[in-house]
Design a protein. Structure first.
Length: 460
């Protein structure tokens, strides 16, 4: 049998099960106490008479014993239908009072010479019997009819069992009502969530009466807020991407149409093809940046695995060597410096892309005479990479905007996708780092990448 999946049923069954254990234990305890209260005084009184007769048997002749047995047997206490029998060590009867019924007379005395109690017979004539061991051998037996006591115990059992059953049923219904009230709040939250679609993520769940469900509603509201922000960002990103992709595609088509319709010389065709190639390259760069940024955000583009060691001096040297020909072609002063032994954990390809983008930005957005330098080292227990240029700088209003997607600084006329710094920021964040930008208009810009440094002996 499978356990119910309903939280309401599970809570009700658990509560009812615990309550059943407690109620049953209490009922059993009450029955034991009632039986002790009924049998305890009766057994003590019967045992006292049996003990008295046993002492008389040891100190008095048989005639005195018989008179004592007759006198005790005629007393009404401790119960009606009193029966007495005193036997010798050999088992012969020395004195008795009343006629022993067959179910008592046929009983074999206990083997151990200690006091024993038993309830004998059933129906309308049950007896309570006490065997008291006489010193020197033999037994002093006293029995009384206990119909009233048995009836009292039977009624007490029925009352306790009925009361326990009723109490358990009441507790079960109370548990069902309480769990229904608790889970109804969850059901209302679920019903309210079902009405929230992708276009209505600005809606929020209303506060709830219970603390736990209200906390759940608060957490879900925060989740809806993050989803709303993500969906808004996705819509803006999609719209911006579509616009940015449309621009080079439109320019490419227009240029090809003009070339086909008006060009008649090889030089004109060549010029048109070169312009088309430039637009195609721009489109390719934009597409590549979009795919890389999407892959980094999704964690599928070489996110740090924890066991890849990246030495910043080697990485900066590779980037500098790859861009040195570009700097020479522009006639640009270009220097680099890196401290040895500075290691970080992460993806070498992504970190190389980060530094390459920063240096490429400096090359494209500053005059050829502006010096560009790259420095790798440590600061305050972190690894740093600084890219500094002596260009025109960035005004304060644009310093945060340049890290947004498809945003470019004011007055920028050079080609670019507007994704370079956004991609750099995402790569740094994925490596547990950050990017800081410091710029003074007219004096230049410094972009600093701060990454967690690899501890001594890492990977050893």
């Amino acid at each position: 049998m499978r356990a119910p999946r309903s939280l309401r049923w599970q809570l009700m069954l658990v509560f009812t099960g615990i309550a059943a254990v407690v109620v049953v234990a209490a009922a059993v305890g009450m029955l034991i106490l009632i039986e002790q209260a009924v049998w305890g005084p009766l057994d003590a009184a019967i045992e006292e008479e049996a003990e008295t007769l046993a002492r008389i048997r040891n100190i008095a002749p048989v005639e005195d014993l018989q008179r004592a047995v007759a006198n005790v047997g005629s007393e009404a206490a401790p119960g009606p239908g009193k029966l007495i029998r005193v036997t010798a060590a050999g088992g012969e009867t020395l004195a008795e009072a009343g006629r022993m019924p067959p179910e008592i007379a046929g009983l074999v005395p206990p083997l151990e010479a200690t006091t024993h109690y038993a309830t004998v017979g059933g129906g309308r004539d049950p007896y309570r019997v006490v065997w008291y061991a006489v010193e020197g051998g033999g037994w002093s037996e006293v029995a009384v009819r206990i119909g009233a006591q048995v009836g009292l115990l039977r009624r007490a059992r029925f009352a306790i069992i009925g009361g326990a059953t009723g109490l358990l049923a009441t507790l079960a219904m109370l548990a069902w009502a309480m769990t229904s009230r608790a889970t109804s709040e969850l059901a209302r939250v679920a019903a309210e969530l079902e009405t929230i679609e992708a276009g209505s993520l600005d809606r929020r769940l209303v506060p709830r009466r219970t603390t736990e469900v209200d906390r759940l509603a608060t957490v879900l509201n925060r989740l809806l807020g993050r989803l709303e922000a993500a969906m808004g960002h996705l819509r803006r990103f999609t719209a911006d991407a579509a616009h940015e992709l449309r621009t080079p595609v439109t320019a490419l088509r227009a240029r090809l149409e003009v070339t086909i319709g008006r060009a008649h010389s090889p030089e004109a065709y060549r010029e048109g093809l070169l312009d088309a190639l430039e637009q195609t390259e721009r489109l390719g760069r934009l597409t590549e940046d979009l795919l890389t940024l999407s892959a980094v955000e999704a964690g599928t583009a070489g996110v740090p695995s924890g066991d890849e060691t990246v030495q910043l001096d080697d990485l900066v040297r590779e980037v500098a060597e790859s861009l040195e020909p570009v700097a020479q072609e522009q006639g640009r002063p270009f220097t680099w410096k890196a401290s040895t032994g500075v290691g970080v954990r992460g993806s070498s390809s992504l970190l190389k892309r980060l530094v390459l983008n920063l240096v490429d930005n400096a090359f494209r957005h500053t005059p050829p005479t502006a010096e560009v330098s790259v420095t790798a080292g440590t600061r305050d227990g972190s690894a740093t990479v600084e890219v500094t240029d002596r260009g025109p700088g960035i005004v304060a209003a644009d310093r945060t905007l340049v890290f947004e997607r498809f945003r470019r600084g004011r007055g920028v006329t050079t080609a670019g996708s507007g994704l370079g710094l956004a991609l750099c920021q995402e790569i740094a964040a994925r490596h547990g780092g950050q990017i800081a930008l410091d710029s003074v208009p007219g004096r230049g810009t410094t972009v600093t990448v701060i990454l967690p440094i690899m501890g001594p002996g890492f990977g050893a």
